[in-house]
Design a binder for this molecule. Structure first.
Ligand code: GLU
Length: 364
């Protein structure tokens, strides 16, 4: 088993395809260590603006998630789609079609909750976030009851659906959520939306963390632990197929536990942003039939600190036809659709984003 360093992109069962994707993401949008320096060097107040520049030169940080999930590569693609550094070739001549003057970078984080904290602290400007987490953050409820409401939190787009994966070895004697009692289970890393929903899932089945041996790890290291026999199950909420789960299924026989209608019925009352869905059969090696599960929207969020013009520009750039190919280089990118983007966000749309969807005919 390889070292459990999730920053290398995840588990010891990583295939070349995964490396290609991450390499691309890192090369394009994610030179987090170097890009800030570059960006700061161009963000000189009072400097004459590029004639194409609508907002002036500006640097923005996009909070994503673990490198082994989808937020990280999708965030890198979004960073590229919305950026147009000063001096870029014009969009209509095949250049960058982002917001003039904007340089965005995607940063690895713990996930949805961490991203909300980053937006609140002003260390992030945009972020990916589960719709349920965004709702609770804005209303100051559930996991955000202690921090209070965040009325300045707004959505730019709902991107795609994320599905709950509860993964065990195929020969495991675990078949239901209740069976997890007394077992070693990776629930998700601190700061992730995965961990929040894992706790809710346990509670809906009369369990809490003290009833099992919880592990708080990212999906990549969790998959390694399952291979090594050091945990019995792990939980992750992400766009299916989750690359780490695909890689794992190629390495060892796996099963996905069913989160059926009964689970949905128990959770949906307190959890309006969950829907009942399925992980299609054949998506993962050794999992030939569909598996009932729960899903939640992945949303691109920001705060009122983003002005109307820039929010409009970012939303328009995100859905610019010339950026379509870029977004589709990532699996989940194929699912992105402007027509569904203004709906199911969990929180209100930013006024600039709303203006874009109205003008583009995606809102009546
Ligand atoms: N939904 C997950 C979370 O907030 C992250 C999913 C991903 O990285 O693709 O914990």
């Amino acid at each position: 088993m390889r070292a459990r360093d999730s920053d290398n992109g995840g588990s010891g069962v990583v295939r070349p395809r995964r490396r290609d994707v991450l390499g691309y993401a890192l090369g394009l949008g994610l030179g987090a260590a170097t890009l800030p320096a570059l960006a700061l060097s161009v963000a000189r107040p009072g400097r004459a603006q590029d004639p194409q520049t609508a907002i002036g030169e500006r640097f923005m940080r996009i909070g994503t998630g673990s490198p082994a999930g989808y937020y990280f590569p999708i965030g890198g693609m979004i960073a590229n789609a919305i950026s147009r550094p000063p001096g870029s070739r014009p969009c209509e001549k095949g250049g960058s079609c982002g917001v003039p003057g904007l340089i965005a970078v995607a940063q690895s984080t713990g996930g949805s909750v961490d991203n909300i904290r980053g937006l609140s602290a002003g260390t992030l400007d945009l972020a990916l976030c589960q719709a349920d987490i965004a709702y609770w953050a804005r209303s100051g409820t559930a996991v955000f009851a202690d921090t209070g409401p965040m009325p300045g939190l707004y959505a730019l787009a709902r991107l795609y659906d994320e599905k709950a994966h509860l993964v065990v070895r195929a020969d495991s004697d675990l078949h239901t959520v209740e069976d997890l009692r007394g077992h070693r289970v990776a629930l998700g890393e601190e700061g992730s939306g995965t961990l929040v929903d894992a706790r809710l899932l346990l509670a809906a089945h009369g369990l809490d963390e003290s009833d099992l041996e919880p592990v708080y790890d990212k999906p990549g290291p969790a998959a390694d632990l399952l291979v090594a026999g050091e945990i019995d199950a792990f939980f992750f909420i992400g766009s299916a197929p989750v690359t780490v789960v695909s890689d794992l299924a190629e390495a060892i026989p796996i099963r996905l536990l069913t989160l059926d209608g009964e689970t949905y019925a128990r959770m949906s009352g307190d959890h309006p942003y969950l829907s009942a869905s399925q992980i299609p059969g054949g998506l993962y090696d050794g999992v030939p039939t569909p598996v009932d599960t729960l899903s939640v929207g992945a949303v691109l969020v920001t705060t009122e600190a983003l002005n109307d013009e820039t929010a409009y520009g970012i939303t328009r750039a995100l859905w610019h036809p010339n950026n379509r190919g870029l977004l589709e280089t990532i699996g989940a990118g194929n699912k992105l659709a402007a027509a569904m983007a203004p709906h199911g966000t969990g929180i209100p749309l930013h006024s600039g984003a709303r203006r874009y969807y109205l003008e583009a005919g995606y809102l009546p």
